[in-house]
Design a protein around this ligand. Structure first.
Ligand SMILES: Nc1nc2c(ncn2[C@@H]2O[C@H](COP(=O)(O)OP(=O)(O)O)[C@@H](O)[C@H]2O)c(=O)[nH]1
Ligand SMILES: [Mg+2]
Length: 329
């Protein structure tokens, strides 16, 4: 499959051809306008085949065990007959510590599974933001028949927010750590999580894992609950021994069923799409501005003015925006 014909790619995609899927994602991630246009056409055509997956965000600080966890979880899920796609989002573009990338060993087993599609996070330099491209990738995976989509992210700053804005449920992985510093996990992240799992509950760490889970149960009383009717659950598990993994998966499935049946999922996905539109508009307009010579010249002047303190950021921004609008008239 070397075609860049949208019709052929779409056909391959819907038949579940992995190479077609990979190419479609590459098109969607491309900075070339002709590729993006092809991707748009494919996604439009694929839309009727999307929306059926369980979209799960998985976040946690580096070393917490995400890759190991996904490898084990993936085996469990495909064993149940599901097809799993694993995507990564890494807005920091820290390619070295990037999600999935460099995890060949821990996820190697999963990668060899024909029911699994793994895609590392796109490398830097993508206009329009990594997040919206990952969103496109989710839709493409769904169209290719993957009924479970994981979006993995390294828990650094904004990435949890980004991932929670494109998935149905967010799973926060924690490591057993004593004391009350709560591993520097920000309140906001606790509020975003649907389920929290303290991983590495094995061997000598079992008690500490339970203790950590309890500490977080207390901490959760201090944050706004994600769902008034069902408080955020905290469980312990071990990706190493497999303990608690099946229970956790069952919990996530039943929570997903619950939000689907209550109508919450439809509302959530609608809200996510609308928010994405605004982000896309901003990205598109900014990309157009960057390609405009007059804009770039004026911006360079204003950058100098800002450096020597002769203008303010807001005045400079207004002047640049005015230039773009005038340019259109
Ligand atoms: N004891 C124990 N170690 C684990 C577990 N899961 C992962 N690890 C180890 O933690 C380290 C980091 O795991 P990795 O999956 O790469 O974490 P990631 O950076 O979050 O993707 C590795 O040495 C794993 O073997 C677990 O459940 N129990
Ligand atoms: Mg990893």
């Amino acid at each position: 499959m070397s075609s860049t014909q949208p019709e052929e790619l779409l056909e391959g995609l819907i038949q579940g051809d992995r190479r077609a899927l990979a190419r479609c994602i590459t098109m969607a991630e491309s900075t070339r306008p002709d590729h993006r246009y092809i991707a748009e056409q494919i996604i439009e055509g694929a839309l009727p085949h999307t929306g059926r997956a369980l979209r799960l965000g998985i976040t946690g600080t580096p070393g917490v065990g995400k890759s190991t966890f996904i490898n084990v979880f993936g085996k469990l899920i495909t064993g149940d007959g599901h097809r799993l796609a694993v995507l990564a989002i890494d807005p920091s573009s820290a390619a070295v510590s990037g999600a999935i990338l460099g995890d060949k060993t821990r996820m190697g087993e999963l990668a060899a599974n024909p029911k699994v599609f793994i895609r590392p996070s796109p490398s830097g330099g993508i206009s329009g933001g990594v997040a919206s491209r990952t969103r496109d990738a989710i839709l493409l995976c769904e169209a290719a028949g993957y009924d479970i989509v994981f979006v993995e992210t390294v828990g650094v700053g904004q990435s949890e927010i980004a991932v929670s804005q494109m998935t149905d449920l967010l799973l926060l992985l924690l490591a057993p750590v004593g004391g009350d510093d709560l591993q520097g996990i920000k309140r906001g992240v606790l509020e975003l999580a649907d389920v929290i799992a303290v991983n590495k509950a094995d061997g000598e760490l079992i008690n500490l894992a339970e203790q950590t889970a309890n500490e977080y149960r207390h901490a959760l009383h201090l944050v706004r609950p994600k769902r008034a009717e069902s408080p955020t659950e905290i469980v312990t598990c071990s990706a190493l021994t497999g303990n608690g993994m099946a229970e956790l998966w069952a919990k996530l499935l039943s929570l997903h069923q619950h939000v689907a049946q209550s109508g919450e999922l439809t509302t959530l996905r609608g809200r996510q799409a609308v928010a994405q539109l605004d982000a896309e508009i901003q990205a598109l307009l900014f990309a157009q501005a960057n390609a405009n010579d007059a804009f770039n010249r004026h911006r360079a002047e204003l950058q100098d003015a800002l450096r020597n303190g002769s203008t303010s950021v807001s005045a400079a921004a207004r002047s640049l925006a005015a230039l773009l609008i005038a340019d259109r008239e």
